[in-house]
Design a protein around this ligand. Structure first.
Ligand code: B12
Length: 259
């Protein structure tokens, strides 16, 4: 069977799972200088199969429980798609396949500050022709604009890549820059990660460190008060459920894809 025919079978299978778009990239066309090399993740990897999922309109809600729940739905669905596709590649073609998540797990270390994925989904999506970078440093998809999330399956099966999208979809309207609550998008092409994290993940690692540092210095009565405080309840919720994001502004305010 030709590699083109194999690719069609894989594409059809992935679309049948309910993903919104599928792109293919040769491992050699993946170029993300700050990320670990693909070989260090999967020696012998040849192809990236990148899956695109439209974000639910839940991201527009000012109620962060509802907004984050939309993302959690997508994250759960994408896990199942990733797993099914990886198993399909094994069963159908005897190929080895490994899955890359939406966000977590990823290496948590002081050096990377929990800000470098093991494989960069945006760079993979660009290599697979699924979109182009916008002023918000998100990859914009021709149909879904900024409202799109990616996962991927890495495989040693050789499948032909898709051509990169030539068009730059972003028209620099600056809506994302102006409505970012932490000013994290002021410098073109570089998100101020710490500023973004503070607004977007107030109960992430930074919030945790602040809480436990205060705890270490507190007396018994202060500790009781800290445990009764909403801040602790939110930390608990974020840690146990993965309720991480409290900001979707650069997605929902982008006019491309519905904003
Ligand atoms: C860690 C992480 C974060 C960190 C750090 C972000 C960062 N600067 O990389 C924090 C917590 C801040 C974060 C925030 C957000 N994230 Co995030 N995040 C990730 C994660 C897990 C790893 C990213 C990574 O490896 N970065 C390190 C390297 C690769 O980045 P870099 O080399 O510095 O590249 C940056 C710039 O150089 C620039 N860039 C690189 N090349 C080019 C080329 C051009 C032409 C331009 C203009 C820019 C550009 O883009 C990057 C942006 O900072 C990915 C999932 C994944 N595995 O990829 C999701 C991911 C990037 N996040 C995503 C999203 C949606 C968000 C948020 C909107 C939060 C939310 N509510 O969901 C914000 C958006 C912030 C923003 N506008 O930049 C999506 C983006 C989807 C898309 N359509 O592009 C991803 C891909 C998750 C997914 N699987 O879909 N994220």
């Amino acid at each position: 069977m030709s590699s083109e025919a194999r690719k069609e079978i894989v594409k059809e299978f992935a679309e049948g799972l309910g993903v919104d778009d599928v792109g293919f990239a040769a491992a050699s066309s993946y170029d993300s200088p700050r990320s670990p090399s693909l070989e260090s993740v999967f020696p012998g990897v040849r192809t990236l199969v990148v899956l695109a999922y439209a974000e639910l309109p839940s991201c527009e809600s000012d109620n962060m429980m509802i907004a984050m729940n939309g993302r959690l739905d997508l994250m759960e669905f994408s896990r199942s798609c990733n797993y099914k596709l990886a198993r399909f590649l094994g069963r159908e073609f005897g190929a080895k396949a490994m899955t890359v998540p939406v966000s977590y797990p990823l290496l948590m270390s002081r050096e990377t500050q929990g800000a470098i994925g093991d494989v960069s989904a945006r760079h993979s999506a660009v290599a697979a022709g699924l979109g182009s970078f916008g002023r918000n440093n998100l990859v914009l998809h021709p149909r879904f604009g900024s409202r799109v999330i990616f996962t991927e399956v890495l495989t040693d099966l050789e499948l032909p890549g898709d051509p990169p999208l030539e068009e730059r979809l972003c028209d620099d309207c600056m809506e994302c820059v102006e409505t970012c609550p932490s000013g994290a998008l002021e410098v073109e092409g570089r998100t101020d990660v710490l500023a973004c994290l503070k607004a977007c993940q107030p109960y992430g690692i930074g919030g945790n460190i602040r809480f436990w540092s205060k705890w270490a210095a507190a007396d018994e009565a202060q500790r009781q008060a800290m445990l009764a405080d909403d801040g602790y309840w939110k930390l608990y919720h974020a840690g146990s459920l993965g309720f991480q994001y409290f900001c979707f502004n650069c997605i929902k305010n982008c006019p491309l894809g519905g904003g």
